[in-house]
Design a protein around this ligand. Structure first.
Ligand SMILES: Nc1ncnc2c1ncn2[C@@H]1O[C@H](COP(=O)(O)OP(=O)(O)OP(=O)(O)O)[C@@H](O)[C@H]1O
Ligand SMILES: [Mg+2]
Length: 415
């Protein structure tokens, strides 16, 4: 994207009030933008189909088409366009609803021009990121085998960028983040967007196995290496040869295993347990943990040399509560996914009060917890119900409803 930002960008203003069109046009043309104005939705759409649109500023209520409808149609024509919805009715509800349909943000009438200037500037920055992400997604699309990653917050854009940059290298990657933030998903994305995609992706959960079992899993063993070793067995490192080995919960491995692992990541060779022959492997290593590894290094529970070897590139997945703007697209994604998995009709709507709770709740279990909450609603919905009301959410989510909004309590009854 161009660095000049303002100059050259196109803003489409749709508002039935001539005054609003006039002041916005005057200000932004002076600053080097090209500005298109329309007095209704139809006209705006006609302009959008013949011109580039970087930012759409649309009134929410217009005679022929509402702002949300318009923004959806404009986005079909210009997927990375950033939409700003203007509302005189100023309720958080319609704003949240508009954002659910892909608005970047909203402005409340009456607004001052400085506010508009700042919002448009931010929207343009956002647009650039979205455009890059769409491009990146297209590049990666063919490679994602299972789930693709959802969420276009700035924080997630940073994550996608690192994935894109390092996927096709052999650099060891350490993925950090609280439980349920998507660490495994990132590991898959890295593998499937690398040249190793057609080779195995082998995962080992280090916390699930006691030390000796973990070592025999990782390195394999020769016949008679220990009681019960009736035949030789290749370990996961060998199985992952030419592919990727994903070591989940790396923070849980014991000092003895850490030493063995260190040797492998330094020399890419080892012996099977009870064996003497050196096995060489070509493996891309990805590790993940939700532990504070730096603290463990400080406390001498985790070897510093191993830490440095693993941490060549690190990817931090932010907790969901720090990127609430990702919630709408995640909910939409999980509505589709859980309807499909559970063979249920897709719930089409989310009640505005439900959005408020979803946004206010702290999500200690992060994306996994959100996925479970949505799936539960899909599975338990009464036949014929097509809207998720707050009472269909787990108790802690319901309890997060901001006080003012829940005071009426009307959402607890199904309409
Ligand atoms: N950005 C995302 N887009 C879509 N689905 C996601 C995203 N992040 C996480 N998920 C989903 O949330 C669930 C949890 O993700 P994942 O298993 O990758 O988390 P994790 O960080 O490995 O958790 P843990 O630390 O508990 O192992 C999965 O079902 C995953 O598909
Ligand atoms: Mg995991």
């Amino acid at each position: 994207m161009s660095q000049n930002g303002a100059a050259g960008s196109t803003i489409l203003v749709a508002d039935d009030e001539p005054n609003i069109r006039r002041v916005i046009e005057a200000m932004f043309s002076k600053e080097g933008y090209s500005v298109l104005t329309a007095e209704n939705g139809k006209r705006a759409l006609a302009l959008a189909s013949g011109n580039p649109v970087d930012v759409l500023i649309s009134d929410l209520i217009m005679p022929d088409m509402n702002g949300v409808e318009l923004l959806q149609k404009v986005k079909q024509l210009h997927p990375s366009c950033a939409a700003i919805i203007v509302t005189a009715y100023g309720t958080i509800k319609s704003a949240v609803e508009a954002m659910r349909y892909g608005a970047y943000t909203y402005l409340q009438k009456p607004f001052d021009m400085d506010e508009v200037r700042v919002v448009v500037k931010k929207a343009l920055e956002h647009r650039t990121l979205v455009a890059e992400n769409i491009e990146l997604k297209q590049q990666l699309k063919t490679n994602y085998k299972v789930d693709s990653m959802v969420g276009s917050s700035g924080k997630m854009q940073d994550v996608y960028k690192v994935i894109e940059r390092v996927a096709d290298t052999r650099a060891t990657v350490l993925i950090r983040g609280e439980s349920g933030t998507g660490k495994e998903l990132v590991a898959r994305a890295l593998h499937f967007s690398s040249a190793r995609a057609s080779k195995p992706l082998v995962a080992v959960s280090c916390a699930a196995l006691p030390e000796t079992l973990l070592e025999s899993e990782l390195f394999g063993y020769e016949k008679n290496a220990f009681t019960g070793a009736v035949a030789a067995k290749a370990g996961r490192f060998e199985m992952a040869n030419q592919g990727t080995l994903f070591l989940d919960e790396i923070g849980d491995i014991t000092p003895a295993t850490q030493i063995k692992l260190l040797r492998v990541v330094q020399e890419w060779e080892f012996e099977r347990i009870g064996g003497t022959k050196t096995v060489k492997v070509d493996v891309r290593l990805i590790a993940a943990t939700n532990k504070d590894l730096e603290k463990q290094v400080e406390e001498e529970k985790f070897r510093q040399d191993l830490y440095y070897r693993l941490n060549i590139v690190s990817i931090f997945l932010p907790p969901l509560r720090d990127r609430p703007e990702d919630i709408p697209s995640l909910v939409e994604h999980f509505l589709v996914k859980s309807a499909k998995i559970n063979n249920r009709p897709k719930l089409k709507k989310v009640h505005p009060d439900t959005w408020q709770s979803l946004q206010a709740y702290r999500w200690p279990g992060n994306v996994r917890e959100l996925e479970n909450a949505v799936e539960r609603a899909v599975v338990l919905a009464d036949p014929g119900v097509d809207t998720i009301t707050p009472d269909m959410m787990p108790m802690p989510v319901q309890a997060a409803m901001p006080a003012a909004a829940s005071a009426g309590g009307k959402h607890n009854k199904k309409e």
